[in-house]
Design a protein around this ligand. Structure first.
Ligand code: UN1
Length: 513
């Protein structure tokens, strides 16, 4: 289907895939537990992978530790040069890799390509960054003393990525880590390992051509036991994990227990506020992209729409005019806007949430059906749902990783809307549509949105890589990607140098011996 075998060949993937890669070499091919990967697009088997054992994982960490010893000595701009070459290879393979992401994960091809573009963008960003890993200089209180700070490589970085962005979120972490002088070990979601195998195959060539030591970029295909081993492993000073709040709490607890660093990017419950001053032409488009794009499976997906009661009816009618016409179907087919959910477990979660919200008093306006028939060749296609609900409902307070948009009415001023928006445990992304400066500035002020991302006249999803990405509260507090997110991948050192003939002590302390 869709020439997938050709694509896999082009990307260097075999039907049987080994359990791990230490950059240049693949390992763990025999006598491993296996997992069959099927496409949510058509339900067909794509490949079988071997799952790494904890011994495999241990082997990978040892190789990574060895590689770190030499990689950290490579000047940062030279490390950037390797990342530049990786970015170029990704440009070359954008089409087949985007297709594979789309076929394995189920997002539409446009978004699969967009995801690869996000990888390319972060490579470019990291290349520039490789000449700028700077600290501050300060003025010493002591004469003829110099004080400054510098950033040194940290070591082995563990990266646990989620199925919904099978490759981009890894690249945010791995490319920054690489220019920072770290080596990384990637544990992709067991639902989307092939995209990871493909990426590893692509960068492998770059590593080979540049005689980069084995272990700078490693990949371990495993289940939760590998993630757990990583979290507990003192040889891994930083664990970056993307996924559910439930998973993140476990990882955070274990990493925290050994006082390691955890970079957590967890669930969102993102809202868009539509005030009476909203430009509805652009707002409705942003809402629909945010709510049904990636079939509601982004951590930035718009899950709640908080609407001023004066425009509530109009917004509802506009959405009710669009939802029946949404092109749902094969994600690789041009024109499709909504692909399938990742698996049947996700479908069950979708259906259960809709049942539960109705029991709480919610009203499903449209959607919610599991779709069958020739146009839907796997059992994981659903019709996105619009639900009238109240913010305090238990179901509305939870993140359901599926295309459900809750319509919530508010009365009064923007403060009332902000209170509803912030009245959830998660704090990833948020947005307001308003042309009223008082409303938008209040929204961005310290009494406004409590989220890591707060947008004006732009939806909740589809952030650019140049900004720091992440969120507050149960979203985990981590920041990845742009701005100064690189700092967490390095260790900071404060240096004070005395070039005088005296030894003055700070704070004027006298201590004559
Ligand atoms: C995620 O869903 O885990 O802002 C990441 C966005 C994308 C990244 C989402 N650039 O929607």
């Amino acid at each position: 289907p869709h020439g997938i075998q050709t694509i896999l060949r082009e990307l260097g993937i075999r039907a049987e895939n080994p359990a791990y890669s230490t950059g240049l070499n693949w390992g763990g091919e025999h006598d491993r537990q296996q997992r069959t990967i099927t496409s949510p697009a058509d339900g067909k088997r794509i490949a079988t992978i071997n799952l790494a054992t904890t011994e495999d994982y241990d082997q990978v960490v040892q190789t990574a530790q060895e590689a770190f010893k030499t990689w950290r000595l490579v000047p940062a701009p030279k490390r950037g040069e390797i990342v530049r070459q990786i970015g170029n290879k990704l440009r070359e393979f954008k089409e087949p890799l985007g297709k594979l992401v789309s076929y394995e994960m189920g997002k539409i091809l446009q978004e699969g390509l967009g995801e690869v573009q996000e990888m390319i963008d972060i490579c470019d960003f990291a290349v520039g960054l490789s000449r700028q890993l700077h600290g501050f200089t300060m003025h010493s209180e002591r004469p003829a003393h110099r004080m400054y700070e510098q950033y040194h490589p940290l070591g082995v970085v563990g990266i646990i990525s989620a199925f919904n962005f099978p490759v981009a979120v890894w690249s945010w972490n791995a490319m920054l880590a690489a220019v920072c002088g770290d080596v990384s070990i990637w544990k992709p979601s067991e639902k989307t390992p092939l995209a990871a195998v493909a990426v590893q195959s692509i960068i492998r060539n770059v590593l080979q051509e540049n005689e980069i030591p084995e272990g700078v970029f490693s990949l371990v295909l495993g289940d939760a036991t590998v993630g757990a081993a990583m979290a507990a492993d003192v040889r891994v000073p930083l664990v970056s994990a993307t996924g559910s709040t439930r998973m993140g709490k476990k990882v955070g607890e274990v990493v925290g227990g050994r006082l390691g660093r955890a970079l957590l990017e967890l669930g969102g419950n993102n809202a868009i506020i539509l005030t009476e001053h909203a430009d509805l032409e652009i707002a409705i488009r942003a809402v629909v992209f945010g709510a049904v794009g990636t079939a509601g499976q982004r951590c930035t997906t718009t899950r709640r729409l908080i609407i001023h009661d004066s425009i509530y009816e109009e917004v509802k009618q506009r959405l009710l005019a669009i939802y029946p016409k949404l092109p749902i179907g094969n994600p690789l087919q041009e024109g499709t806007l909504v692909g399938p959910l990742i698996d049947q477990e996700a479908v069950a979660g979708f259906t259960k949430a809709l049942e539960a919200v109705q029991q709480e008093g919610g009203k499903v306006l449209i959607g919610g059906e599991v779709l069958a028939g020739d146009a839907y060749p796997s059992p994981t296609y659903v019709r996105p749902a619009l639900v009238e609900a109240e913010n305090h409902y238990h179901t509305v307070q939870e993140e359901t990783f599926a295309p459900i948009l809750y319509l919530i009415k508010y009365q009064g001023d923007v403060e009332a809307a902000i209170a509803l928006q912030n009245g959830v445990r998660q704090g990833l992304s948020s947005a307001i549509f308003s042309l009223n400066m008082r409303e938008t500035e209040t929204y961005l002020s310290h009494v406004g949105s409590d989220c890591g991302i707060a947008n004006v006249n732009i939806g909740t999803s589809g952030a650019e890589i140049g900004g720091a990405f992440g969120g507050e509260k149960e979203t985990g507090g981590g920041r990845e990607s742009g701005s100064d997110a690189w700092r967490i991948y390095m260790r900071r050192q404060t240096n004070t140098i005395n070039y005088s003939t005296q030894l003055p002590l700070a704070q004027g302390i006298k201590f004559d011996v």
